[in-house]
Design a protein around this ligand. Structure first.
Ligand code: NAP
Length: 298
């Protein structure tokens, strides 16, 4: 029975089946051969040094920005993640944030619950049709967002490190995309390569009618610059599922009526989390049976 180390609590529907075929360790040690971590969990060098016989890290999530890939490659540690199975749910949440921010749905709900309807109608909001969505990172989730927003009548443009063979307009500069976009939608990976990609300059290019949507990672957006841009009216609003220091969310964002905030629920459905758990188990089973990994990162 190979030993697995779980540095943070994970859902019982993932852990209980794993415990039938593995010894679950509460502390890092030389007996541990596999580790399971949630997406975005920071795997430090010092933790890895306490796991000298680690063979595989299985990330319960698609984003593996917390895993030091170069170090894992050096040590021959395999890394797996859970792509595809969560794509549609996350794209749904991005679409919901576009609708909530443009149609002011959270405010409208508060309005009726506060009993304000009897004193007058809710103020007008903005339509989606005819607007442009600029997608930062047209990957699996970015494409699923584009598909949904096309159905809502938006034009799609995108920015990434390279142009793709797709029917959408490519912008080779992020500020260029922001200028074009009514909604700038962040769907690229987190990590050092994208830290604060969305900065004051990009927000200024998005402009006073623009809305920022982030379903990627909090680290991609400079939150201080975002708060300033919202306060001064440099952008109109934001829809955020992720934050720089989750679960801590700055009071300025919590208190702002221009912002719709969600507690990182992109993939948080029973169906998707079960599918992610299955993929974690399938990857570990493949590794320990010396078979090719189902969804390898490296
Ligand atoms: P993916 O298929 O790998 O797509 C990522 C896209 O980002 C690629 O098209 C890539 O295109 C682009 N990209 C990479 N580096 C970039 C950079 N420096 N600047 C601009 N674009 C860049 O990944 P995915 O499955 O769509 O997932 C995307 C991210 O969503 C994950 O990494 C994760 O952090 C986040 N996520 C969030 C939730 C949530 O609950 N909110 C759930 C799941 C995933 P190029 O290579 O052409 O640049």
């Amino acid at each position: 029975m190979s030993a697995l180390y779980l540095p943070v609590p994970l859902p019982s529907f993932l852990v209980m089946p794993l415990a039938e075929t593995h010894a679950i360790e509460q502390e890092p040690s030389a007996t541990v051969r596999g580790m399971v971590v949630p997406g975005g969990f920071a795997v430090s060098e010092s933790l890895l040094s306490r796991l000298p016989n680690l063979e595989v890290i299985s990330v319960f999530g698609v984003g593996y920005d917390g895993v030091p890939i170069a170090l894992c490659q050096q040590r021959g540690i395999r890394v797996t993640n859970t792509p595809d199975v969560l794509t549609e749910d996350v794209a749904d949440i991005a679409t919901a944030l576009v609708l909530m921010t443009s149609r002011r749905l959270a405010e409208a709900e508060k309005f009726i619950r506060a009993g304000s309807w009897t004193s007058g109608a809710f103020p007008l909001a903005h339509a989606l049709r005819g607007k442009t969505a600029g997608i930062v990172g047209l990957g699996r989730i970015g494409k699923a967002i584009a598909y949904r927003l096309t159905a809502h009548g938006l034009t799609i443009a995108y920015f990434g490190r390279q142009q793709q063979v797709v029917a959408y307009d490519y912008c080779d500069s992020l500020c260029g995309l922001a200028k074009k976009a009514d909604f700038l939608i962040v769907a690229c990976p987190g990590g050092s390569g994208t830290k604060h990609l969305i900065n004051a300059k990009v927000l200024s290019a998005l402009g006073s009618d623009g809305i920022l949507i982030n379903i990627a990672r909090g680290s991609v957006v400079d939150e201080v610059a975002l708060i300033a841009a919202l306060k001064t009216g440099e952008i109109r609003g934001a829809g955020l599922d992720v934050f720089e220091n989750e679960p801590q969310v700055p009071a300025e964002l919590i208190d702002s009526e221009k912002v719709v905030i969600l507690p990182h629920v992109g993939s948080a459905t029973h169906e998707t989390r079960q599918a992610m758990a299955q993929l974690v188990r399938d990857n570990l089973a493949a590794h320990f049976a010396n078979q090719p990994l189902v969804t390898p990162v490296c």
